[in-house]
Design a protein around this ligand. Structure first.
Ligand code: XMP
Length: 516
């Protein structure tokens, strides 16, 4: 477990879509936070000894059978507790309040009036805007509580217990639609929990490096570099801890973007002292993909071939005990069942196509408590180039699933060159960081065109650009028309074999981000 100053906030998850957001807001205030199942016991919490506890929201109603609960003893530990929405209702119910469905449900922006100067609202004006999203609310409060804020429809928009450090807010301070929500969270962390806010990415790096040294000792670690930021930062952190006892394996499967392989190799050769093994497996992958058009078959072949190549190379390195992986916190959280069960199990697809099981190495995952933006900050602190740190996500099967139909060398050249134009122009227009992912797709068809006085019958490129934070849902990005025009004309002029460019304006759902 990695944290600094032993200062931690535990977030008990009752199935809220905002649990991750709460964790991020706490960390943005320089306090480490961790999401745990609501089934955690008071005893376990006592051992962890957090500075504060947040009970998240959740989709259930506290009065129904099987509603997710937590031990009442948690509220009596003497550790400050903040209940948010469902978390407030649950805490209040456990302490004797009544919760019922509301007559008028409150959703969206709502004016909220602060009743008195509670330290939760320190330095806030009397009237604030908050984001509400509830169909139930506390209707009766025992004497030991006081209401510290209300709205037109909700007399207990925020409450505090008179004798225990229990606070509750019916609204969501973690979302940006509650403009002063971050101040409320800060008041809870600093004014109520007494946090000192020394959690910084830099101290995280130091702590992480120490932990890796302790875990690994003199053993060797092997890490697969993919070209993406997660595996690169994983390798950089481990390298800082154990130097050349880290061996990195970079498999060039021929399905990478323009100059991607060269950039990764150069970054690690120039900046780190790792034992770098680069394997040119381009032909091997192409041969296996010959004649294959089914997307899932492509994925399986590529995943399987990667394991084979990686295994062959890893076996050549003697004394390897650990396999490093760039698993991130959202992957870990997703695998915590909101309604109980064992805490953390990693989803199988994050085990790089089953590598750990096959190789019987112990896993080492230095990023498993970090969000993507925190990983990027670490990358920057460790001196990694911007191009690597801010690179858009790229699927494991690479360009193979952006070529609809058969993957051939010629079609790879077309897609790589078209993709290069898209990325170059988006970067020049300073839009690269506002777009979550953008790329070119090669369609399995030819269309008629005219070039000079000649008829042409050539390929179609589709451009895809999306905005999203979680990649589960996405909107198509409104690239300005002039820029789209520029990209289109550059592709048809510069990429041999293309005479038509189209723009994908579908959202996810019903579409997906990738075309295959
Ligand atoms: P979709 O297409 O499902 O993509 O909307 C969501 C995110 O996942 C990436 N993606 C993949 N990543 N292996 C991966 O490692 C895959 O097979 C794969 N398919 C999609 C996609 O690029 C997007 O970021």
């Amino acid at each position: 477990m990695i944290e600094n100053n032993n200062e931690k906030i535990l977030i008990l998850d009752f199935g809220s879509q905002y649990a991750q957001l709460i964790a991020r807001r706490v960390r943005e205030n320089n306090v480490f936070s961790e999401i745990v199942s609501h089934n955690i016991t008071a005893n376990e919490i006592r051992q962890i000894n957090p500075k504060g506890i947040i009970l998240s929201g959740g989709p259930a109603s506290v009065y129904v059978n099987n509603a997710p609960k937590c031990e009442t003893a948690i509220i009596n530990l003497g550790i400050p507790v903040l209940g948010i929405c469902y978390g407030m209702q649950l805490g209040c119910q456990m302490l004797g309040a009544t919760v019922k469905p509301t007559k008028t449900r409150e959703y969206g922006r709502t004016s909220c009036t602060i009743n008195n100067n509670s330290n939760l609202f320190k330095s806030l004006s009397k009237d604030i805007v908050v984001w509400m999203s509830h169909g139930d609310q506390v209707v009766e409060l025992p004497q030991e509580f006081e209401s510290i804020a209300h709205t037109n429809n909700c007399p207990y928009a925020a409450i505090k217990h008179k004798h225990k450090a229990f606070y509750g807010v019916q609204f969501h301070p973690e979302v940006t639609h509650t403009p002063l929500g971050i101040n409320i969270i800060r008041n809870f962390l600093y004014g109520i929990c007494g946090c000192n806010g020394k959690w910084k990415i830099h101290s995280y790096i130091e702590k992480s490096v120490n932990d890796i040294c302790k875990q690994v000792g003199k053993a060797k670690v092997v890490c697969g570099l993919s070209g993406g930021v997660d595996s690169a930062v994983t390798a950089a952190l481990i390298n800082k801890a154990i130097g050349r006892n880290l061996s990195c394996i970079f498999v060039d499967n021929g399905l990478l973007r323009n100059y991607e392989a060269e950039e990764v190799i150069k970054t690690f050769r120039d900046n780190f002292t790792v034992d770098l093994h680069t394997i040119d497996a381009k032909e091997r992958f192409l041969t296996k993909l010959e004649g294959v058009t089914d997307p899932e078959k492509k994925r399986k072949i590529i995943g399987h071939e990667f394991i084979e190549v990686f295994k062959e190379e890893a076996k050549k390195i003697s004394g390897v005990k650990f396999l490093a992986q760039g698993t991130l916190y959202p992957d870990v959280i997703e695998s915590i069942p909101a309604h109980g069960g064992p805490t953390v199990t990693i989803k199988s697809h994050h085990n790089v196509g089953g590598l750990p099981a096959e190789l019987e190495f112990e896993l080492i995952e230095p990023l498993r408590f970090l969000f993507k933006d925190e990983v990027r900050k670490i990358g920057e602190e460790l001196g990694m180039p911007e191009i690597l740190v801010w690179r858009h996500p790229f699927p494991g099967p690479g360009l193979a699933i952006r070529i609809i139909g058969e993957v051939t060398k010629q079609r790879l050249d077309i897609i790589r060159n078209a993709d290069k134009v898209v990325i170059e122009e988006v970067q020049k227009a300073n839009l690269y960081r506002s777009i979550a992912q953008c790329f070119a797709v090669l369609l399995p068809m030819s269309t008629v065109g005219v070039m000079g006085d000649e008829r042409s019958y050539e390929n179609v490129i589709a451009i895809r650009a999306v905005e999203t934070t979680d990649f589960m849902t996405a909107d198509w990005y409104r690239i300005p028309n002039e820029l789209l025009g520029l990209i289109s004309s550059r592709i048809t002029n510069e990429v041999k074999g293309v005479n038509r460019v189209v723009y994908d304006i579908s959202t996810k759902p019903p579409s997906t981000i990738e075309w295959e």
